[in-house]
Design a protein around this ligand. Sequence first.
Ligand SMILES: *[C@@H]1O[C@H](CO)[C@@H](O)[C@H](O)[C@H]1NC(C)=O
Ligand SMILES: *[C@@H]1O[C@H](CO)[C@@H](O)[C@H](O)[C@H]1NC(C)=O
Ligand SMILES: *[C@@H]1O[C@H](CO)[C@@H](O)[C@H](O)[C@H]1NC(C)=O
Ligand SMILES: *[C@@H]1O[C@H](CO)[C@@H](O)[C@H](O)[C@H]1NC(C)=O
Ligand SMILES: *[C@@H]1O[C@H](CO)[C@@H](O)[C@H](O)[C@H]1NC(C)=O
Ligand SMILES: CC(=O)N[C@H]1CO[C@H](CO)[C@@H](O)[C@@H]1O
Length: 504
Amino acid sequence: MEKLLMGSGSLNNMSNKGYGSLLLSLLLLSVVTEAQALFHKGFSKFQRQKAALSPGGLSSELWFTQKLDHFNGADSRQWKQRYFVNDVFYKPGGPVFLMIGGEGPANPAWMKQGTWLTYAQKLGALCLMLEHRFYGKSHPTLDLSIDNLRYLSSRQALADLAHFRTVIGESRGLSNERWVAFGGSYPGSLAAWFRLKYPHLVSASVATSAPVHGTVNFPEYLEVVWRSLASVNTNCPVLVKKASDTLAERLKDPKTYDNITRDFNLCTKLQIQTEMDSAYFLETLAGNFMDVVQYNEDNRAFEGVVGTNITIGVLCGVMADTSLGDPYSRYGAVARLMMDTLSMKCLNASFSNNARDMTNTSWDGPAAGGGRQWVYQTCSEFGFYQSSDSPNQPFTGFPLHYQVKQCADFYNISAEQVAAAVDETNEYYGGYNIRSSRIVFPNGSIDPWHALGITQDITDQLPAVFIKGTAHCANMYPARGQDLPQLSLARDHIFLLLQQWLKQ
Ligand SMILES: *[C@@H]1O[C@H](CO)[C@@H](O)[C@H](O)[C@H]1NC(C)=O
Ligand SMILES: *[C@@H]1O[C@H](CO)[C@@H](O)[C@H](O)[C@H]1NC(C)=O
Ligand SMILES: *[C@@H]1O[C@H](CO)[C@@H](O)[C@H](O)[C@H]1NC(C)=O
Ligand SMILES: *[C@@H]1O[C@H](CO)[C@@H](O)[C@H](O)[C@H]1NC(C)=O
Ligand SMILES: *[C@@H]1O[C@H](CO)[C@@H](O)[C@H](O)[C@H]1NC(C)=O
Ligand SMILES: CC(=O)N[C@H]1CO[C@H](CO)[C@@H](O)[C@@H]1O
């Protein structure tokens, strides 16, 4: 959702909870749409596979019995993991495509649309999508307490995929077929790592916009935001910087709070008691720009994502509009435009409310849509904090220590533990030095996440596919007439690679 998702107050309801810039594909594979609400039928026990298929060959949700802890043979606790099937294109002997769920509910829209289905049609593939543990309706534990979150990790998620692949392979007679993993953003990394760690179970992977390198501090993200804004109008990021500097300066003087409350349409009067409060507020406003850049002009509408007609050009247009007053006033206009677009009445910018939401451990809690879980994964595995620490970026006031302190506030994970966990993640998967074969890494030049991805061929068997001018995960969305030619070429190129690899 928010920046790699994941960022704060921006293009979606969840982003105004402050973990906005952190959620990768929450917006990607996972936005909860009204249509999805219809899927709420509770835990349908073991439906027989065929019975669960609708006439068109698209399944409603199915449930797979999964182990809670794959790494402890003495722990036999189990839970039910949600998955979906589309066998419309399947031809006996064809490959099996596995779409990997990420840091939000698995969105069944992907079972009806998306580039992977175009490939499936051409190759006669069976399509499956497995929801990630702890997201959506895949609840391994009774709640999201710190003790229970210990079972949330990419390693457990990969072991879920391995067990799912093995059991479904056997039960459907597909053990000897070629399996291909797909994913975008964090699930893109999982697609690459699934091939890396379980090469006997998956023949090839398409790891789109995958941040395979963990890093505690990720200031480069906002540097790409600067460049993406500058590509529309060189003055645009300069104006944003002026505005955010002015705002940060005013936050030091409580006499300005009434005006700020009005200018940014806050739900309640601004209160700044700690550095966390001001950092949260400034990060939330920056989140508007981060989300628009990350998802600029993509084709996510089919997922039920709103607000996609706000482009970088629209934001820079507002920032350049002198009739709106000084840059600070234009920055307020951007915030109000985003709220209008999302039909939000006002902006919640209080860190303490956010902290209350983020520490709620109930599955019905306000951050259980993915925020509490994803931020936990950043603290315990990846970092990825889009801090404002670089001088070459447009925002002010949310340094790394503000972000890392949330790990202690929300999960009792210290800064030292975060640093050690990220090192261990890179040690385990290899980071940029991943060594494997038959993994393709598509990247978009304006996607801020490409800085943590594989952007140059490692070997013939580990190629990068560069797509100039596209944003996060663009190649996964359904093709459109107005797509850039290089985007269409990239989709074709990936298809040719798959075709070639499936013959090997
Ligand atoms: C608040 O804004 C008004 C204009 O809308 C301005 O006249 C006033 O000086 C501002 N107050 C402060 C404390 O900046
Ligand atoms: C975006 O779409 C909405 C609804 O169709 C429309 O009202 C709005 O003017 C559009 N905004 C821009 C910036 O194009
Ligand atoms: C703001 O937060 C309050 C309390 O958490 C909540 O009741 C309200 O719905 C929120 N408003 C918006 C517009 O998000
Ligand atoms: C957690 O969220 C649920 C659902 O919104 C709410 O009923 C419950 O009171 C919250 N728990 C705490 C401790 O705030
Ligand atoms: C926080 O973690 C420390 C050790 O890392 C532990 O000693 C302490 O009991 C934990 N506190 C809570 C409230 O869980
Ligand atoms: C923006 C970016 O890093 N693009 C890279 C994507 O991958 C290609 C290799 O195919 C690189 O040349 C690009 O620099």
